[in-house]
Write a protein that binds this ligand. Structure first.
Ligand code: ARG
Ligand code: ZN
Length: 478
């Protein structure tokens, strides 16, 4: 028995005790639980995510008809209650909810904007695992970000593409859409004959339905932030391979070789084939520098330029427009598998940890293979006035989240650390950071604390001036 209110007056105490007894013995509802919060108060997207529970697993069963644009979905969400819950929210944009159950019993459904509230018949006790099922359908929407980029559900010439950074995943399934709540996924997608549905992780089955449609089953065992979930539906030229045994570390596929799936829209397949074939060799180089590859599957999906405006590090299988499928961008998105996908920002203000590292991976690649020392890129960005508009850890608005300071000044912070601690310690940090926070989430403070713990050197100038300071430091080094 847990009581939150300590009552001092006798009569009131008796009345409350009677009320509590009536409610708990009555079996329906109870006064014990309270509704989970409707948002996690992220600095940029306060309504994203929800309080009171922690998702363990999503099982999404989807079918899509490109002709009508209609998506039919069933989301089965297994979660642990982190408080006594009388109701809880899921984030969902657009679409129509048909019904929902919690623990197999019908739940009341309420919808206000992007907040979907499920009220189960019985309160859910703190610490217990529960299963919610939501059935929904409709034509999913494309979300235009404040920086003008498009995410969510994107129709393509022959299918669709689902992309979720930062808030697009709520356009295709209900969930706890904040990076702080990572979960395993099983995604089953049925599409018309002749089309393929690609998603995250390992394809465990592909079958023909009686009506000729094709169903693909995808299993993503390692925790994934919902913004990294993806779907690519259409015609694809695909090739499969494996990473050489032992190269990419300790993931589920280690030793046996991790499966690599390379896919491209047929229109851009030929011209991207040579670089797609280099994914294993780039992952090898990254494994040497960043530590074991964190996932049981790898690959890339290359789309036509008309279908997507930017590359995205979707987990195990980043997506690219053909024109930005170049070695540097490939290195960037594959580096995100360690920095961003395995170690995930705890809030959107920690995004520079993703983009700074992925950009620095490009600098390291240029240093190792392109005869351009990282110092050259550091000096070039020091001279770039756009990089100094704000601290990478404090973009002023959501519109600035993916701005130059987050990428380039973020990479400069890493280079300053390297200058102060030296290469040996720096490379220990490069691999040690994603090892320490493997499959978890981390904040900027977690990072500065970790780096401080790895060296005797004083990094306060790097943090105060280069990471958090306003404007450009007067000197390129101290
Ligand atoms: N994270 C992507 C990258 O690899 C960029 C995503 C851009 N998205 C946006 N909404 N602006 O850098
Ligand atoms: Zn990036």
């Amino acid at each position: 028995t847990r009581s939150r209110i300590r009552v001092r007056t006798g009569a009131l105490a008796v009345a409350l005790a009677l009320l509590a007894a009536a409610c708990t013995s009555g079996g329906s509802g109870g006064v014990k639980g309270t509704p989970g919060a409707a948002g996690l108060r992220d600095p940029y997207f306060p309504k994203q995510g929800n309080g009171g529970y922690d998702v363990r697993h999503y099982a999404l069963t989807l079918s899509y008809d490109p002709a009508s644009g209609r998506l039919d979905g069933r989301a089965e969400i297994t979660a642990e209650a982190t408080q006594d819950l009388s109701a809880f929210n899921l984030d969902l944009a657009g679409l129509t909810v048909r019904d929902a159950t919690v623990g197999g019993a019908p739940a009341a459904v309420n919808r206000a904007g992007n907040e979907l509230t499920l009220r189960p018949r019985e309160d859910i006790d703190k610490g217990t695992e529960f299963r919610a099922v939501v059935r929904y359908s409709g034509v999913p929407e494309t979300i235009t970000d404040s920086d003008g980029s498009k995410e969510g559900w994107l129709k393509t010439a022959d299918g669709a593409l689902a992309l979720g950074e930062p808030t697009g995943s709520m356009a295709w399934f209900p969930g706890n859409h904040h990076p702080s709540d990572k979960a395993a996924y099983d995604i089953t997608v049925t599409v018309p004959a002749g089309l393929t549905a690609l998603s995250n992780g390992v394809r465990t089955a592909e079958r023909k339905e009686a009506d000729g449609r094709t169903t693909s089953v995808w299993h993503a065992a390692e925790p994934m932030a919902s913004y990294l979930a993806m779907l690519a539906i259409g015609r694809y030229d695909t090739s499969t391979g494996t990473l050489a045994p032992g190269t990419a570390g300790t993931g589920a596929g280690a030793g046996a070789g991790i499966p690599v799936l390379s896919a491209a829209d047929p229109e851009v397949a030929a011209k991207t084939a040579a670089l797609r074939a280099r994914v294993p060799e780039i992952l090898d180089w990254q494994t040497e520098n960043f530590g074991p590859y964190p996932f049981a599957a790898a690959g890339v999906v290359v789309e036509r330029d008309d279908d997507i405006g930017y590359a995205l590090e979707t987990q195990t299988r980043p997506v690219f427009p053909a024109s930005s499928f170049d070695p540097s961008t490939l290195v960037h998105e594959l580096a995100h598998q360690w920095y961003g996908d395995s170690v995930t920002p705890a809030t959107w203000s920690d995004l520079w940890l993703n983009e700074g590292f992925a950009t620095y991976a490009e600098w390291l690649y240029a240093e190792d293979f392109g005869h351009t020392p990282a110092q050259k890129n550091f000096e070039k960005q020091y001279a770039n006035e756009d990089a100094w508009a704000y601290s990478p850890a404090h973009p002023p608005t959501a519109e600035d989240l993916f701005g130059t300071p987050v990428y380039e000044r973020g990479a400069m912070v890493l280079h300053r650390i390297r200058q102060v601690v030296g290469d040996d310690t720096f490379y220990e940090i490069l691999a040690g950071w994603p090892a320490k926070y493997r499959h978890a989430t981390a904040t900027t403070e977690d990072f500065t604390e970790y780096v401080d713990s790895m060296t005797e050197e004083d990094l306060s100038d790097v943090w105060d001036v280069w990471l958090y300071g306003d404007g450009k430091p007067a000197h390129i080094t101290d």
